[in-house]
Design a protein around this ligand. Structure first.
Ligand SMILES: [Zn+2]
Ligand SMILES: [Zn+2]
Length: 342
């Protein structure tokens, strides 16, 4: 099979990734599914893995963790293992999704209290194990997702990371019913979270640099779209920071109403400047981080997507052009999400 490998982590303008044309098709281990990859989203985290910003966990790893596949084979016992969230077992020919969270120990204090996203023994698709920049990959059946109907394979792929993380960030922001939400930065994850909030009746204010992104925000139903450092037209009950820019924590906290919460969605954030307790935190405003996601988050979000058709902007690339897709992502050459198709 064809598969990309991170052979020399470094800038994507060099050649950190190599395409191998005749890899062995992987064999599913006990409890695993073999997926024939139908579509794989290109996430910013893949760029971090490829460029070495995330320390390599597996030499020559195949990136890709927004994987829509067809079950091609079952490992021993996988036919009896329930899917994520005790969904019915998968069988050959089913459509299945593989996301960033690949496994946890299920036994630590965090897993036991429903916070498996914090499990110190967790492993990740396309970082600890080979991911979806390939024709085939394996995924533990218990961490594979049932996918909603009404979407193409290309549209489903970005839901599996951008969508799920945006959803968790929205949950962490504890937006009250009918509340006022501020969204800072408006890329793939943000535009999906905005649609969830709007469908729930929120008033959404988008604060972002790009002119095209502001236009998209208004088209999707945002009440206002301004520059990232602007104050929104009204105080916010909650805000989500999607841009990886620590400087924006200050205006976002300042924009919160009493008791409001700012949730920071990124895996990376540049340093936050000093805060003023009075201006940024007093009146019980809160600042929260978001770390990966649980399978329950994924199940809730994919269930929501089944009932509400989300608009997903997709830019398809052939599998052979994965390196170009990553270069374009880094250069900000497109809105929405790049997706590799076999
Ligand atoms: Zn654990
Ligand atoms: Zn991702």
């Amino acid at each position: 099979m064809r598969a990309w490998h991170v052979t020399a982590p470094g800038p994507v303008t060099g050649r950190p990734l190599r395409l191998h044309a005749d890899d062995q098709t992987p064999r599913p281990g006990p409890g695993e599914l073999l997926l024939r990859v139908l579509a794989c989203g290109v996430c910013r985290t893949d760029l971090h893995v490829t460029e070495g910003d995330l320390e390599p966990h597996r030499p020559g790893v195949t990136p890709g963790h927004e994987v829509v596949g067809e079950v091609a084979a079952l490992g021993e016992g996988a036919g009896a293992a329930p899917g994520a969230g005790a969904a019915p077992p998968f069988k050959v020919g089913d459509r299945a999704g593989a996301a960033w969270l690949r496994s946890t120990d299920t036994t630590c204090q965090y897993c036991l209290r429903g916070a498996e996203n914090l499990c110190p023994a967790s492993t990740y698709t396309g970082w600890d194990a080979d991911g979806g920049y390939a024709e085939y990959m394996t995924v533990p059946a218990a961490y594979a997702h049932r996918l909603p109907g009404g979407y193409s394979n290309e549209e489903l792929a970005p839901l599996l990371c951008a969508g799920i993380i945006g959803y968790r960030a929205l949950q962490r922001a504890e937006l009250p019913a009918g509340g006022r939400l501020g969204i800072y930065g408006f890329g793939g994850s943000a535009h999906l979270a905005a649609q969830v909030a709007l469908a729930r009746g929120a008033t959404v204010h988008v604060l972002t640099r790009g002119e095209r992104a502001r236009r998209l925000a208004l088209e999707l139903g945002a009440a206002s779209a301004g520059d990232a450092a602007d104050l929104p037209p009204e105080p916010l009950d909650a805000a989500i920071l999607f841009a990886p820019v620590g400087d924006l924590v200050l205006p976002a906290l300042r924009a919160l109403d009493r008791g409001g919460t700012l949730s920071v969605a990124g895996i990376h954030l540049s340093d936050i400047p000093p805060l003023s307790y009075e201006q940024h935190l007093f009146q019980e405003r809160q600042l929260r981080s978001v770390t990966a996601n649980t399978r329950a988050d994924a199940r809730e979000f994919l269930g929501f997507a089944a009932g509400h058709k989300l608009a997903v902007t997709v830019h398809p690339y052939p599998l052979d052009a994965a390196d170009q897709a990553l270069r374009d992502l880094k250069a900000g050459a497109f809105d929405g999400a790049a997706v590799l198709v076999s």
